[in-house]
Design a protein around this ligand. Structure first.
Ligand code: HEM
Length: 176
């Protein structure tokens, strides 16, 4: 079987997203535990302005998620036929979209009743589930070689940054 290869633009956008999502998730957990905690709290508190830190991760994540989603829907759309890939993308868009609509003062003011906040909490749960399913599906389908292909730094000829625009453009022509 040929070694799996992922296009470099996908690796860049996916890799940066896969680094920021766990950071957003963990800082979100700390925010939830400190300010909300209706369904339980962590048994410890960590000093820090976690709302600001979580917001900063969100500010970095949303433009990246937008580019990644645009890539996945164009050049990467055949990969979205894998349900676990599509679910991971839906969860990402839901988490980032609802996060952008949040007001950072809601939790400081104890306002937990906003619909957008409930959607954001749901997205926080969903993304953990979706990414777990996604990684399990990747390992089932292609094992470690497929998982590793996303972290590889090898470049094939014709897959350099100068080719990215062409790759996206071609994806509009290929219909399947
Ligand atoms: C942390 C958040 C993650 C999100 C939101 C995410 C999302 C996605 C999405 C949407 C795709 C499809 C891309 C496309 O259509 O071009 C994808 C593909 C892929 N992801 Fe992730 N991913 C995450 C983490 C991971 C991790 C930790 C691994 C390592 C096992 C991984 C391995 C892969 C692989 C190998 C593919 C290509 C699969 C294929 O060819 O079907 N992902 N990911």
């Amino acid at each position: 079987m040929p070694r799996p290869y992922q296009p470099s633009l996908l690796r860049l956008l996916h890799g940066a997203t896969a680094l920021l999502v766990p950071l957003a998730w963990l800082t979100g957990l700390l925010v939830y535990s400190r300010y909300d905690g209706r369904f339980g709290r962590l048994p410890f508190t960590l000093a820090g302005e976690w709302i600001d830190i979580h917001g900063t991760v969100g500010v970095l994540l949303w433009p990246l998620a937008l580019l990644f989603a645009l890539y996945a829907l164009t050049a990467g759309r055949l990969r979205l036929r894998q349900p676990a890939n599509a679910l991971a993308l839906v969860a990402l868009v839901m988490a980032v979209g609802s996060g952008k609509l949040m007001d950072e003062d809601w939790l400081r003011d104890g306002q937990f009743h906003h619909l957008v906040y409930s959607v954001h909490l749901l997205a926080w749960l969903l993304i953990a589930l979706a990414v777990t399913l996604h990684v399990v599906a990747v390992l089932q389908r292609g094992g470690l070689p497929l998982a590793r292909s996303m972290a590889s730094v090898q470049l094939r000829p014709g897959d350099l940054p100068g080719n990215w625009f062409d790759q996206i453009r071609r994806s509009f022509k290929v219909r399947s």
